[in-house]
Design a protein around this ligand. Structure first.
Ligand SMILES: Nc1ncnc2c1ncn2[C@@H]1O[C@H](COP(=O)(O)OP(=O)(O)OP(=O)(O)O)[C@@H](O)[C@H]1O
Length: 366
């Protein structure tokens, strides 16, 4: 019988079982990740969960208590062996990207480059062209806008052709108007250069926009990892749902693998009788319909189940309206977001329709 070999590409970056404590507090707890060339992995999590510490250890400016770091399959750091930061071929970009104020744009971009004067100049010209700032080659940083300085910092970080790019909230200093444009441009440039990217952010929207893969971090651990679609649509727990958007939590108690809710009975298999249940749904996944003399919509099975609620408050939020309800069934409160302007009066009765496949069922914590 012939044996088959499966060709698994060597990751550009692999970290295994990384741990780091400060005092008796473990801030990075057994973190393992891989990134392929040309792939963007977003390390996403709330402030203080250990993202930057993870990044600093990979960059070599902090040292893990245990764990290993490999680049293209070769060990670059464990607790005994350590290649210094400047020899790791890792590019860094932080929110405070600090260009050298006394150097021209050309000299800033050429700063980490080796080779002849002509070779350096050619690379500077190539990169400034890629970030659409060829015209600024002889300018000094203070003459440029925040967005332009950020693009120069990107060119500087990419100039030595790093094998890996580590980015810590690199866009958070930019105003909203610029941010999306610069994010998209940065992303396409990083892909073009085939760099493996680890981007640290606490903003789910940024991670969804930039990432091929999201690693969701909480209290020093990776709690979930996958493509943005999967992390958003198959969250591991209630906190993971809530990290991406506002949520409604319908509380219930499982009995005979069923839980009563304003929307009828829900299947809650695998839960013991008497177990507390959280049924979680995002406000944008509830649909609204008008009340017709006490009667609501007649949804098909795929539309879900309808229940009556009374408007408690409605607010216009810019792109959408947020309507808060008190449910007739049990007085529980639910929020619904509706595109554009929809501001029903307080006390109006409306029907909410909930699709079961949009809900997440978790055992309640605590
Ligand atoms: N050198 C240090 N000494 C002591 N504690 C530290 C040190 N560096 C980080 N910490 C603590 O470790 C925890 C994780 O910090 P880290 O900067 O990795 O979090 P983060 O997820 O990047 O947060 P943020 O998004 O706010 O930057 C924090 O509570 C921080 O105060």
């Amino acid at each position: 019988m012939q044996s088959q070999t499966i060709d698994i590409p060597t990751p550009r970056l692999e970290i295994r079982n990384m741990r780091r404590s400060f005092g008796d507090r473990r801030v990075v707890d057994d973190v393992s990740l891989t990134i392929q060339p040309g792939q963007v992995l977003c390390l996403l999590g709330p402030s203080g969960c250990g993202k930057s510490t993870t990044l600093r250890m990979i960059a070599g400016v902090d040292m893990q208590d245990s764990g290993e770091i490999y680049v293209d399959g070769a060990l670059i750091c464990d607790t005994v062996f350590r290649i210094p930061p400047e020899r790791r071929q890792i590019g860094l970009m932080f929110q405070d990207f600090a260009l050298f104020p006394h150097l021209s744009v050309a000299d800033n971009v050429a700063f980490g480059l080796k080779g002849s004067k002509d070779e350096k100049r050619a690379r500077v010209v190539e990169l400034l062209d890629k970030v659409n700032l060829s015209w600024a080659i002889d300018q000094f940083p203070h003459r440029l806008s925040g967005g332009e300085q950020q693009r120069i910092a990107l060119a500087r970080a990419l100039a030595p052709r790093p094998r890996i790019m580590l980015m810590d909230e690199p866009f958070s200093g930019l105003d909203n108007r610029l941010r999306d444009e610069i994010r998209d441009h940065t992303l396409s440039l990083l892909k073009e250069e085939d760099t493996a990217v680890m981007l640290v952010t606490h903003e789910p929207e940024e991670a969804m926009r930039m990432a091929d893969e999201i690693a969701l971090m909480r209290d020093g651990r990776i709690v979930q990892q996958g493509a943005p679609y999967n992390v958003y649509n198959k969250p591991v727990d209630r906190e993971a749902v809530a990290f991406f958007s506002d949520v409604n939590v319908i509380k219930g108690v499982s009995n005979g693998a069923l839980t009563d809710t304003p929307f009828g009975q829900f299947l809650t298999p695998g839960l013991a009788d008497g177990a507390a249940v959280d049924i979680v749904i995002r406000p944008q996944h509830l649909k609204l319909d008008f009340d017709r003399k006490g009667k609501g919509p007649l949804p098909t099975a795929s539309d879900g189940v309808a229940a009556r609620g009374r408007v408690k408050r409605a607010r216009f939020m810019g792109n959408e309206s947020l309507v808060e309800f008190v449910m007739y069934y049990d007085g529980s409160e639910l929020k619904v977001t509706v595109p554009n302007v929809f501001l029903p009066k307080e006390g109006t009765t409306l029907w909410l329709t909930m699709r079961r496949d949009r809900c997440f069922v978790f055992p309640a914590k605590g």
